[in-house]
Structures are given as structure tokens and as C-alpha cells.
Write a protein that binds this ligand. Structure first.
Ligand SMILES: Nc1nc2c(ncn2[C@@H]2O[C@H](COP(=O)(O)OP(=O)(O)OP(=O)(O)O)[C@@H](O)[C@H]2O)c(=O)[nH]1
Ligand SMILES: [K+]
Ligand SMILES: [Mg+2]
Length: 363
């Protein structure tokens, strides 16, 4: 039996099995089996499958992958937001490879990747689905483009496709500490009450992975699926922005309804509607910040900034300026919203804000 058949057999069995106390362990083991087969499926088996035209070099400050059904307007968006032209046409599967473009926004270079459309079954190898998904895994954000004039089935289908290959959208990593050991059996602990899983199920799932010695510590009330995610270790957790295109085709009431969905924004590439707002939201989701540097006695250079991630400290900033700077660091002066006073003397642990100005004082 091939892997695909095994997968669909397990899926059928899961959907056939009633959820209750008596079946819950059996279901847990089935889910672990399913995760194992799916992992095998996604391993790049043949060299040719890696796909010519898909190994685009990562560049710039962040990478955004455009995922969507055929003809929703992905290439139109790339051609509108970047200097790159990607062929747009009314027929499906116009784009056949990965086309990179660069969005120049607030001093940052954001790499936008146009990709072939994907359809149901993509994760199992339909169309260029697997190559597209492999690229999505390397992104900092998934921009899921949808046709606003169509029902939301596309969104559900694509989410399922990505979910089935271990891409988790807008979800935090499960807070479970997990470490395989050489001996000592399975040490299981939790720091909170567990309502969705118990020690027996944890053991059964681990045994399914042939893990007999490990330390497992639940720091939140996680499910069996979340444990499987942690064991599988090949999951990626990405922010996802749902972009509904072609709002020129629907009523204003409908636009209003769609725009209120979580993590969603509405645009029309053809009429250039709301594209500025799209960039603003994209910036927020990528959690990028600008930090300006300044030399003593001189004004900061506002034409040149460091692009960093939200949450970075002065230490990160020093590394970004020069790798030897941390060694010579005495203190820094920071002007901006991250400090109480401007300027304020801060140490290496100080967390920076967007548009802060920093002056590093050396020993
Ligand atoms: N009405 C309307 N049509 C649009 C809009 N944006 C794109 N289109 C049209 O949608 C069609 C498909 O556009 P593409 O950019 O080729 O779509 P794609 O998602 O790249 O398609 P594939 O590469 O085939 O997956 C073209 O005929 C576009 O002109 C829009 O905002 N409104
Ligand atoms: K098209
Ligand atoms: Mg295209």
C-alpha cells in the first residue's frame, strides 16, 4: 500500500470513529500515525521534485509567500506592489514558477514571492502544490489571497492543505517542553490541570513514535494534536494575512462583512483599492521596526535605518551595526517611545521600539 492510500485510510478511520472516552486513546494513536505518514510524504523524495524555478534565494528583511487558488490575482498584486512584472491572465495556472519581487516600504526590502495557484490536494502532489508549500515554509508570513466574490470554501481548503503539511497559521507554538533522553523511561509532568490529554495518552503517542525515554512537561492545557506537533518538530508557525481581492465585484455590504473577519483585509488590485492599507498591515504582521543610529554631536541619519524585529534589544542592535560592538559597549543613549526620558541611558537588555534613535557609547 502506498503512503497516500495509508493516509486516506487513517483519515477515514478517524472520521468513522466516534469521539468518546473509550475511543480517545485509539484516536490519539491514529493521529500520531497520520502525522508520521504526512511527514514522509513531504520529504523531498526525488531531486526533480524540488522543482526547478522554486529555489529562489532569500533576500531582504522579510519574506512573504503569496498562496491562493488559481486566478485570484496573486500575480496582479506582485506586479502592482513591486517593480517585477509577473504574467497575469484570465486563465488558471498562468504562473508556473516562483517569481520574486521586492516591496520597498519604510526603508525595508520585503521579498514578495508570487507562486502558482494551488488547489485541493496540493499537499499530496496535485499541480505544483508541494513545491509551493515548500516555499511557504520558508516564508516569514503567508499572504493568503482569496477571491472576495467566491465563498469561503477556498480559505477552508487552503488552510486544511497547509495544516496537513505542518504549517500552523496564526497560532503560537504549544507550550510543551519535550526532550528525548537516553534512558530513564518517560518523565511526564504538567504545571497546570490537563483536560484534553492524560499521561496514558502521552505514553501511547510517544510509543507510536518509538520514543521510550523522554522528558515531557506541559506548561499549558494542550491537546494530543499539539503534542504530536511538538514531537514532529518540523512544524512551522507563521502569521497569515487573508487578503480578499476583487472587491470591485461585490456589494459594499459584502465588503464590510468580509473586512471584519479576523486577520483579513479587502483590496482590489485592478482598481488599486486599499493597497496602502495592505502594506501597513503587512508591516505590522511582520513585526518589523526601524532603528536609527546617531553619532555623538551629530543629527541622526533618517535616510538610513536598521530594519529589525519587534522585541529586539540594544544587544541585537549592536550586532546589526558591527559584530565587535558588543565587546566595546559601555552604555547607549536612546531617544524614542521605548524610553521614559529622551534620551535615556540604557544597557544591552533594553528593548527597542519602532523609530527609536540610538547612540552607542564605547568603553
Ligand atoms: N475584477 C477584478 N479582477 C482582477 C483583480 N485583480 C486581478 N484580477 C484579474 O484576475 C485574473 C487573474 O489574475 P492573475 O494575477 O493572473 O491571478 P493569479 O492568482 O496570479 O493566477 P495564477 O497564476 O493562474 O494562479 C486576471 O484576469 C486579472 O485581471 C481585481 O482586483 N478585480
Ligand atoms: K491567472
Ligand atoms: Mg499568477
Amino acid at each position: 500500500m502506498g503512503i497516500l492510500e495509508r493516509i486516506s485510510e487513517i483519515e477515514r478511520e478517524i472520521s468513522r470513529t466516534q469521539k468518546n472516552k473509550a475511543t480517545e486513546y485509539h484516536l490519539g494513536v491514529l493521529k500520531a500515525k497520520l502525522a508520521k505518514y504526512r511527514a514522509q510524504l513531504m520529504e523531498p523524495s526525488k531531486k526533480s521534485e524540488k522543482g526547478e524555478g522554486f529555489d529562489v534565494l532569500k533576500s531582504g528583511d522579510a519574506r512573504v509567500a503569496l498562496i491562493g487558488f488559481p486566478s485570484v490575482g496573486k500575480s496582479t498584486l506582485l506586479s502592482t506592489l513591486t517593480k517585477t512584472e509577473s504574467e497575469c491572465a484570465s486563465y488558471e495556472f498562468t504562473t508556473l514558477t516562483c517569481i520574486p519581487g521586492v516591496i520597498d516600504y519604510k526603508g525595508a526590502n520585503i521579498q514578495l514571492l508570487d507562486l502558482p495557484g494551488i488547489i485541493e490536494g496540493a499537499s499530496q502532489g496535485k499541480g505544483r502544490g508541494r513545491q509551493v508549500i515548500a516555499v511557504a515554509r520558508t516564508a516569514d508570513l503567508v499572504l493568503m489571497m482569496l477571491d472576495a466574490s467566491k465563498q469561503d470554501v477556498q480559505r477552508d481548503l487552503l488552510e486544511k492543505e497547509l495544516e496537513s503539511v505542518g504549517i500552523r497559521l496564526n497560532k503560537p507554538k504549544p507550550n510543551i517542553y519535550f526532550k528525548v533522553k537516553k534512558g530513564g523511561g518517560i518523565a511526564f509532568n504538567s504545571t497546570c490541570a490537563l483536560t484534553k490529554i492524560d499521561e496514558k495518552m502521552v505514553q501511547m503517542i510517544l510509543h507510536e513514535y518509538k520514543i521510550f525515554n523522554a522528558e515531557v512537561l506541559f506548561r499549558e492545557d494542550c491537546t494530543a494534536d499539539e503534542l504530536i506537533d511538538v514531537i514532529s518538530a518540523n512544524r512551522v508557525y507563521l502569521p497569515c494575512l487573508y487578503v480578499y481581492n476583487k472587491i470591485d465585484q461585490i456589494s459594499i455590504e459584502e465588503v464590510d462583512r468580509v473586512a471584519r473577519k479576523p486577520n483579513s483585509i479587502v483590496v482590489s488590485c485592478n482598481l488599486f483599492l486599499n493597497l496602502d492599507y495592505l502594506l501597513e498591515v503587512l508591516w505590522e504582521y511582520l513585526a518589523l521596526i526601524r532603528v536609527y543610529t546617531k553619532k555623538p554631536g551629530q543629527a541622526p541619519d533618517f535616510n538610513d535605518c536598521l530594519i529589525l524585529r519587534r522585541g529586539v534589544t540594544v544587544e541585537h542592535v549592536c550586532h546589526a551595526i558591527h559584530r565587535s560592538l558588543v565587546g566595546a559597549f559601555k552604555y547607549a543613549l536612546v531617544w524614542g517611545t521605548s524610553t521614559k526620558y529622551s534620551p535615556q541611558r540604557v544597557g544591552l537588555n533594553h528593548v527597542m521600539d519602532d523609530e527609536d534613535v540610538i547612540q552607542v557609547v564605547k568603553k
